[in-house]
Design a protein around this ligand. Structure first.
Ligand code: MG
Length: 359
């Protein structure tokens, strides 16, 4: 059902979920926030999506959904590809990306959920399944961990069968980064891929100096070495170092991804399905990466990005943060729509997006 055939939207209902983290992401980041979005249509259909904000903006996102977005989408067609560009233009004066696109994601995901349910399919099969499973990498928000805790986490990933892992760098003392990266490399051995993530903590000169040292551990990429806004800086860093550069979790639009790629700012793009505004724009960004020959590794939310990755032409590695899944944080009333075993993710055959949110 597309375009004029898609029944009109009759209701948008939101709920806020505060999800405690059993492994805090920092001393002051102890919970995540999700806005559940339920969209109803004139044919009696109901779809469920989410907007997700780890720390900042949950109330603002819910307010955008409850006021500006609801007012615009009521009575409009429920085809996500038709609705997305119109809603985006409508909200654009509030910012082309960020809170705007995070809020839009709730509706976009709900409409994809509805489309798949109408056809009796899961999301991957609606999009066109190309893989039975995709690789997953173990990821930790662990900059505040002690060296012992960090090494213990790396051991858990190895024991769980992961062949790629990612750790944080950017401690105040660069010598600590060197010691932590070396200790993890020692534990995982030479054959497991090790990615590093600086979460925008460095400037150009510090990043250049840090990577001259950290390159000894053979990292598969350095992620967000600089402020995400500084694409020209990333392009310059990429000329200075040999380690591939990854970024994109803090880029919110197709246009910014095109800029990043065409400036030569990165080797790997990492769109977050919620932050870019849902599945509709994620598919466009994936097509752009494919066309330009740049690798794609979706940021977090493996329950959603994993289902999309199973339908992408090129295999990709999906990020799985330890103990931060929808199931682990108590978001879901039912089973997870994906299963992760021995470092690989597959879908479980749930209808739609397979998100049944806890009341
Ligand atoms: Mg990151």
């Amino acid at each position: 059902m597309t375009g004029a055939d898609a029944p009109p939207i009759t209701a948008v209902r939101t709920t806020r979920h505060d999800l405690p983290l059993s492994r805090p992401w920092a001393h002051d980041v102890t919970e995540l926030h999700v806005i559940g979005v339920e969209v109803s249509t004139a044919d009696g259909g109901v779809g469920t999506g989410i907007s997700w904000t780890p720390t900042i903006g949950a109330h603002a996102v819910q307010a955008l959904l409850d006021h500006d977005i609801r007012a615009f989408v009521l009575g409009r067609e429920s085809d996500p590809r038709q609705l997305w560009p119109r809603l985006w233009r409508r909200l654009h004066e509030a910012g082309s990306g960020g809170l705007t696109t995070i809020a839009m994601s709730g509706v976009d995901l709900a409409l994809w959920d509805l489309q798949a349910r109408r056809r009796g399919l899961g999301l991957t099969d609606l999009l066109g399944r190309r893989h039975d499973s995709v690789e997953v990498y173990g990821s930790g928000v662990n900059l505040h961990y002690s060296l012992d805790e960090l090494v213990a986490q790396a051991r858990r990933w190895l024991a769980a069968g992961y062949r790629r892992i990612k750790i944080k760098v950017g401690r105040p003392d660069p010598a600590e980064d060197r010691d932590r990266v070396a200790a993890v490399r020692e534990v995982i051995g030479p054959d497991v891929a090790l990615m590093l993530d600086a979460n925008q903590r460095w400037d150009l000169d510090r990043a250049t100096a840090a990577m001259a040292v950290l390159a000894e551990a053979g990292p598969a990429w350095i992620e967000e070495p600089l402020l995400a806004d500084d694409l020209a800086g990333h392009a310059e860093l990429r000329r200075r170092i040999d380690t591939p550069v990854a970024l994109g979790e803090n880029l919110h639009t197709w246009y910014r991804f095109r800029e990043a790629i065409d400036l030569g700012a990165c080797d790997v793009v990492q769109p977050n399905v919620v932050r870019v505004g849902g599945i509709t724009p994620l598919l466009e960004i994936a097509a752009l990466a494919e066309e330009r020959g740049v690798a794609l590794a979706p940021h977090l939310l493996p329950e959603l990005s994993g289902q999309v990755a199973l339908a992408l032409a090129r295999p990709t590695a999906v990020e799985d943060v330890e103990d931060a899944s929808f199931a682990a944080t108590g978001l879901l009333a039912g089973p997870s729509p994906v299963a992760i075993e021995q470092g690989r993710l597959c879908s479980t055959g749930a209808l739609g997006l397979g998100l049944e949110l806890r009341p």
